[in-house]
Design a protein around this ligand. Structure first.
Ligand code: NAI
Ligand code: MG
Length: 368
């Protein structure tokens, strides 16, 4: 059987720099663990615009639809700020998400013990934290009609519409329950059923999907505002949180910051299962192209490396290999290896992007 396939879209700014380290990791798994992938590479964002005049060519889009997983670096940069909205680098990313129909956005908030001091919260509140926010990504208020700015009674009115169909709620709920079964087997669904009809339907559908097919998973419901408070108060009470596009946007950003640097945060966006049973999938760090540090070897590659780890876990059913990779990251951090973004106010001497990658490879080797 052919190896599973990965399409690498490194993009702009620090994207190619952090992706170079991910490629070291991919090669390591091929050489040392006999976990081989067919890796191809292509352009996205400003890099694609420079060559094709569009931030994602049709040929690249077609390739992304065929592979088992897309691994994306970052797009954008000041050079492209002058471009028309329709060809901005970010549009390449949106096209991928939209045409692959990646409706389930997974954002882990995981605290490595060595970085627990980095959090704005008390150490015992975040040490060992490992939660996952599942955000509905392709519907809800960011897409609902009617929308726009109209004039009514001589003043302007801004309109957006929160709209969810049962099937849209059902598919993201399934994704959250499936995920919970591979983790702590607990889902908390968040909406505002007290004041929003879409929230009432959300709660009803999530409960039905649970009762029909996932009764083994522990399910609770919480109003999203109360959820925000609980996330700050005692985040370890959660395992998987499933919520809509708008609340998920806010809650995932808040949860992410419980744990420290942008340079540490991976993400996955999953869609419907393909013919081979794997979900359509794209993995990418949460951070952008960081033009302020691009080209200087300062970028932290861990967010992108952990995104590959999510691919091992959620696309390729290689949870044990993902654990191995995450343990290597944990070991390197525990040893005090730090890129510049991971140094506190007291400073210290940072390693480069490549040195961080090499340290992770060395830790992988040492644990064999
Ligand atoms: P950013 O995430 O690129 O940078 C924010 C800050 O965090 C910067 O100070 C940067 O140096 C730092 N940072 C980010 N990633 C880091 C890493 N791996 N290691 C060390 N430090 C890191 O967000 P910003 O500055 O708002 O946007 C810059 C460009 O990136 C813009 O063109 C924006 O549109 C684009 N962008 C792209 C995203 C994507 O491709 N998914 C997401 C967010 C922004
Ligand atoms: Mg956001």
């Amino acid at each position: 059987m052919a190896n599973p396939s990965i399409l690498i879209l490194a993009g702009d700014g620090i994207g190619p720099e952090v992706m170079t380290e991910v490629k070291k990791v991919i090669n390591w798994f091929g050489a040392k663990r006999d976990v081989a992938f067919d890796v191809s590479e292509d352009l996205v964002g400003g890099a694609a615009y420079d060559v094709h005049g569009v931030p994602l060519s049709d040929a690249t889009m077609a390739k992304a639809q065929e592979v088992d997983a897309v691994l994306l670096g970052a797009v954008g940069g000041p050079k492209y700020d002058v471009l028309d909205f329709s060809v901005k680098p970010e549009r390449g990313l949106l096209r991928l998400r939209k045409e692959m129909d990646l409706y389930s956005n997974l954002r882990p908030a995981q605290c490595f013990d060595a970085l627990a001091d980095f959090s704005s919260l008390k150490k015992d509140v975040v040490a060992g934290l490992d939660i996952m926010i599942v955000r509905e990504l392709t519907s809800g208020i960011y897409f609902g009609e009617p929308r726009g700015i109209i004039t009514e009674n001589n003043e302007r009115v801004g309109i957006n519409t929160q709209r969810y169909t049962e099937s849209e709620i059902e598919r993201v709920a399934r994704s959250a329950f499936e995920l919970a079964r591979r983790r702590g087997n607990k889902v908390c669904s968040m909406e505002k059923a007290n004041v929003m009809e879409s929230g009432i339907l959300w709660r009803e559908v999530v409960q039905r999907v649970h009762d029909e097919d996932y009764a083994d998973v522990e399910l609770s419901h919480m109003y999203a505002d109360a959820g925000a408070m609980q996330l700050c108060r005692w985040p370890k009470q959660f395992d998987v949180i499933v919520t809509d596009n708008l609340f998920g946007d806010l809650l995932s950003d808040a949860a992410a910051m419980l744990t420290g640097s942008l340079g540490m945060l991976p993400s996955a966006s999953l869609g419907a299962p393909m013919a081979n049973g794997r979900p359509k999938a794209m993995y990418e760090p949460v951070h952008g192209s960081a033009p302020d540090i691009a080209g200087q070897g300062k970028a932290n590659p861990i967010a992108c490396i952990l995104s590959f780890s999510m691919a091992l876990r959620y696309s390729f059913d290689l949870g044990a290999e993902a654990d191995r990779l995450e343990a290597a990251v944990e070991k390197v951090l525990a040893d005090g290896v730090r890129t510049a973004d991971l140094l506190g106010p007291e400073g210290g001497s940072p390693v480069s992007t490549a040195e961080m990658g090499d340290a992770i490879i060395a830790a992988l080797d040492a644990a064999l």
